[in-house]
Design a binder for this molecule. Structure first.
Ligand SMILES: [Zn+2]
Length: 87
């Protein structure tokens, strides 16, 4: 396993799990992956070193700082995937 990791990936994935039932779009694996990838491409990478418990508390503070941006990026992503589904 790599010693570094983009914590933004976890946050986006988490938020998808929390929000997807409210999204008026397809929930298949392809659309899920497209939404997460499109969301991540709009956001800065937030790399953390994956040792001990450090990454987890860092992810919490990142979530707190970026939740509004992540949510807005995901809503844009849902719109795009809904308009141009690849499944
Ligand atoms: Zn789909």
């Amino acid at each position: 396993m790599s010693l570094y990791h983009n914590a933004m990936e976890d946050l986006v994935e988490e938020l998808y799990e929390e929000m997807y039932q409210g999204f008026d779009c397809c929930h298949c694996e392809q659309c899920h992956a497209d939404i997460v990838a499109y969301t991540l491409n709009q956001l800065p990478g937030k790399y953390v070193v994956t040792k001990a418990g450090g990454a987890i508390s860092k992810a919490d503070s990142l979530r707190f700082q970026h939740i509004t941006d992540i949510r807005a990026a995901m809503i844009r992503a849902v719109q795009v995937v809904k308009d141009y589904p690849r499944h």
